[in-house]
Design a protein around this ligand. Structure first.
Ligand code: FSO
Ligand code: SF4
Length: 540
């Protein structure tokens, strides 16, 4: 195996025998083969689309399965073996409908023999592209597409679709099979950022038109005495159905990790048994799931291979996979998922053990933040707010992430943090206070809600009549997995410069590709809090 898609890749080079995330070598190889076959499907479906014979099953397959290969989403060997067979069938079906010029092996290769499948899976991975820079750009593009697929997946679950996004995903995949120059690949990567903004806007529309605009909300982080169900991941539709089905059973529902922002949506606030958020970010789940005592539903990444002690209480759904865990099947013919087994188990469980108490304030997506824009503008004009620092992105388990807590603590009282994603857990319980009622941690929501930060920045630039890069906003972004890659590319496509990225730079960015990013955008690695504060023009 060779995988270098996330920030935890071993020695910041690549995982080669097993993933630091727990992904086994054979699963990593099968994921590579599935991506390879999806490139073949993309090539075929682009042609089919041109001839008005687009295969919608192929569109959906690519979205779901790019998502399934994202870090910490699916560790299940059988899942990938099955999907490889489905991919071959699907591709052949398109070829039956439309004659395809066999331009690439991914359009032709097939086998149902496990030995041959594993043999092939070792040959078509990342290292099969010899030129380091071309390899870097191809995979930068594929990782951006994985992020796009994840966000698009949530949008279409809420019936919001966009043909241009689907087309771009397939053209991007097909592009990685062609003999494109570095410049051509850079252009595709930048296009990926542009379509990334469009995808996040689509998801924002899907979420807010279905569940209302998030409201500024104080969320309980303590526990009650009822048994509970913990829901984690990013899928709001799963939460909606779970809340409906748990009503009236004396079972409480708590959010975990990236589900925290759901507490701010009007459509969810109406459920009195949605009682708050339990715990913190994804990597603490071993400890926190243990103490929760009740069933846990994982709707998306990030799943950490579970301990035996609580494994029986973990349920997966959607694209999440792990051998031996229970799975809640997909919706069929418009009927909701069936969570009754989880509810029955919850009734028999003890209530959660307290790990926190008090409240945190959330819900600063664009609508709520813009509703207090006058206050914010006034605070900037009177120098009560001197600077904003965008600290969006992901959290991770390595000790170097302490940097973000230290950074937040070192900020002076006239600096406001704008955040989204699970990165916030490094500082959202520090009690950093407020400036005339504006909290010093403005939490826009999940990582996909980074779009809200863009809308807020665009509004500020309009009000102050200056360009985005002239605003008193610094960017100190923490990344972990591929959704963060898409968010980064989206910011770059909007022309945002001087982004600081950490805690380490992506291993998949080669020195020459980094040079391009530095020359064009002045991307810079983080170092120490003392050094970075002045670099980011922040007064401590
Ligand atoms: Fe975090 Fe995991 Fe949302 Fe990621 S829970 S790390 S960028 O999957 O998606 O922020
Ligand atoms: Fe390694 Fe990250 Fe790939 Fe897991 S996802 S195998 S930790 S690079």
């Amino acid at each position: 195996m060779f995988c270098y898609q996330c920030e935890e890749t071993i020695n910041n080079k690549g995982c080669t025998t097993a993933g630091a995330c727990g992904k086994k070598g054979d699963v990593a190889n099968l994921q590579d083969l599935l991506i390879y076959l999806m490139k073949g499907i993309a090539i075929c479906n682009i042609e089919a689309r041109k001839q008005g014979k687009n295969n919608e099953e192929a569109d959906k397959f690519i979205i779901d399965n790019l998502f399934a290969t994202i870090t910490n989403a699916n560790f299940d060997k059988q899942y990938f073996l099955d999907k490889i067979q489905e991919a071959i069938k699907l591709r052949e079906k398109i070829k039956d409908d439309v004659p395809i010029d066999p331009q690439h092996d991914s359009v032709n290769w097939q086998s149902d023999n496990e030995e041959e499948i594993f043999e092939k899976s070792e040959k078509i991975g990342i290292l099969s592209t010899e030129n380091e820079d071309i390899r870097s750009l191809r995979w930068l593009l594929i990782y951006g597409l994985k992020g796009m697929a994840a966000y698009y997946h949530h949008a279409y679950a809420l019936d919001k679709m966009d043909e241009d996004i689907i087309k771009f995903m397939q053209e991007g995949l097909a592009g990685t099979t062609k003999d494109l120059s570095a410049d051509e690949l850079v252009n595709l990567v930048m296009n990926c950022g542009e379509i990334g903004v469009k995808t996040m806007a689509l998801l924002d529309k899907a979420n807010t038109s279905t569940y209302g605009n998030p409201e500024i909300t104080n969320v309980n982080i303590g526990v009650r005495s009822n048994p509970g169900i913990l829901i984690s991941g990013h899928d709001l539709k799963d939460l909606e159905e779970l809340l409906k089905q748990t009503e009236g059973f004396g079972v409480d529902v708590y959010t975990h990790g990236e589900m925290l922002p759901a507490n701010a949506y009007p459509a969810f606030k109406k459920y009195s048994h949605l009682v708050g958020n339990y715990g913190s970010s994804w990597w603490k789940q071993k400890e926190e799931f243990e103490k929760f005592n009740g069933p846990i539903l994982l709707t998306t990444n990030c799943l950490v291979p579970p301990r035996d002690s609580y494994k029986d209480r973990v349920y997966m759904t959607g694209i999440v996979g792990f051998e031996g865990l229970k799975y809640i099947p997909d919706r069929k013919n418009g009927s909701p998922k069936d969570f009754s087994e989880i509810i029955e188990l919850a009734k028999k469980c003890s209530p959660p053990e307290k790990i926190d108490e008090g409240e945190i304030t959330i819900g600063f997506a664009h609508n709520a933040t813009l509703s207090v824009a006058d206050k914010i503008v006034e605070a900037v004009k009177t120098s009560k707010i001197k600077r904003f620092v965008v600290m969006a992105g992901c959290d991770g388990r390595r000790t170097n992430r302490q940097y973000y807590t230290d950074f937040a603590k070192a900020l002076s009282n006239d600096t406001v943090i704008l955040t989204a994603g699970c990165a916030k857990y490094r500082y959202n319980k520090l009690g950093l206070g407020d400036i005339d009622g504006i909290p010093r941690v403005i939490d826009a929501g999940q990582c996909n809600d980074s779009y809200s930060l863009v809308v807020i920045a665009q509004k500020l630039s309009e009000v102050f009549g200056v360009e985005l890069n002239e605003l008193p906003i610094s960017y100190n972004i923490s990344w972990y997995e591929q959704k963060a890659v898409l968010v980064l590319l989206s910011l770059l496509s909007l022309g945002v410069k001087n982004i600081m990225l950490g805690p380490t730079l992506p291993a998949f960015v080669s020195p020459n590709v980094l040079k391009i990013l530095v020359e064009k955008f002045n991307i810079q690695p983080n170092s120490t809090v003392e050094n970075d504060l002045p670099t980011l023009k922040i007064v401590a």
